[in-house]
Design a protein around this ligand. Structure first.
Ligand code: KG4
Ligand code: ZN
Length: 330
């Protein structure tokens, strides 16, 4: 059975073909990063227009030799995400489904991230813990079985990727900020500045990154020679943010008894974070899985895969797009 996946929830336009017996047949992602760079963040209306512009192009160029009538079903991201961007993907999926007379499956973007490791790790299985850290989310998810997920910890304000982006912006490092902070931090002393670790000792698995970002802002305002201090600020900020993540993940293992951690989201590309999470393998005797970066960040392979597992619903072509769609409502 072949599933076409379509992803347009934020600033990546992506399509993929997943075959239930052969695995992934094709995937393509177009990133809008350059479009939004000057604004220091994603501009929703520009994102929607660009999905309109790119969807047909990336579907047709990548699937030249593929007969689209061979598709058995079409899955698309219906939420959560930017509503306008979601509606573009949905309308595209509806048009294709109608033209090809195929069933349509709206899927949850967060559930797709949680299940993405099944694309790359053959022996991966439930239960496991997923740390989803991106520009829009900081979630610790207890995945007990298919369609049974519990958010056991989350940021109560800014997502961690958002904090990386804002800290980079206030040091004029460009967008997206995460990779720049990581690179600058390589030459910095992570102990030079002592930034707060919000909610480190809260006793819950919830997190907060807004106060940390503001603490960096106040420190930067006091510095005379900012260029010289950027590496130290970046390293100290990164250390504080990852101290919080590590503490919460350790606590989550004690609470759930799970033995596997999967990383997802753009921040999972950070090598320092990966090293810190890897060190838990020995310290706690758990397994830590890193899907390839292309399957950590937004992609359509995870959408097609998830769509291949779902029951076909009532399939009435009504709109399912929704900016907010919590995992516990699946
Ligand atoms: O998952 P993603 O590509 O898109 C969504 O947010 O949905 O994640 C993008 C986020 C941005 O905030 C970006 O700054 C952050 O991931 N990021 C990083 C790194 N690479 C990307 N943060 C820290 N270190 C990185 N190397
Ligand atoms: Zn995502």
């Amino acid at each position: 059975m072949i599933t076409l996946g379509i992803e347009t929830s934020c600033d990546e336009t992506a399509v993929a073909l997943f075959d239930s017996t052969q695995g992934l047949l094709h995937e393509a992602v177009y990133s809008q990063i350059d479009l939004h760079a000057d604004f220091g963040g994603v501009v929703p209306e520009l994102a929607s227009r660009d999905h309109c512009r790119k969807l047909l192009e990336i579907l047709s160029t990548g699937t030249n030799n593929f007969d689209l009538t061979q598709i058995d079903r079409i899955a698309y991201t219906a939420g959560p995400g930017l509503l306008g961007a979601l509606i573009v993907g949905e309308a595209f999926a509806q048009g294709l489904a109608l033209a090809l007379n195929k069933p349509l499956i709206p899927v949850n973007h967060l559930e797709a991230h949680v299940l993405a490791p099944f694309l790359d790790f053959q022996d991966h299985d439930f239960p496991f813990t997923c740390l989803l850290v991106s520009g829009g989310h900081s979630l610790i998810i207890d995945a007990q079985k298919f369609e049974s997920y519990k958010i056991i910890g989350q940021s109560l304000d800014d997502a961690i990727g958002e904090a990386f982006d804002k800290v980079a912006k206030l040091m004029h490092l460009g967008y997206p900020g995460g990779p720049m902070i990581e690179q600058k931090a390589l030459d910095g002393d992570p102990k030079k500045y002592v930034f707060p670790r919000p909610m480190l000792h809260s006793g819950t698995l919830d997190m907060s990154f807004s106060g940390l970002k503001t603490a960096v802002l106040y420190e930067v305002q006091k510095i005379n020679d900012l260029p010289a201090e950027i590496p130290h600020i970046a390293a100290s900020f990164q250390q504080a943010a990852f101290d919080v993540l590590e503490k919460k993940i350790v606590q989550s293992f004690l609470e759930t008894g799970n033995e596997t951690l999967v990383l997802a989201g753009g921040v999972a590309a950070n090598k320092t974070l990966r090293q810190r999470m890897s060190s838990l393998q020995e310290a706690l005797g758990v397994k830590v899985l890193y899907p390839p970066i292309k399957h950590c960040t937004d992609n359509a392979a995870m959408i097609a895969y998830l769509g291949s597992l779902k029951d076909i619903g009532k399939n009435d072509y009504n709109s399912s797009a929704t900016a907010k769609w919590p995992l516990n409502m699946i």
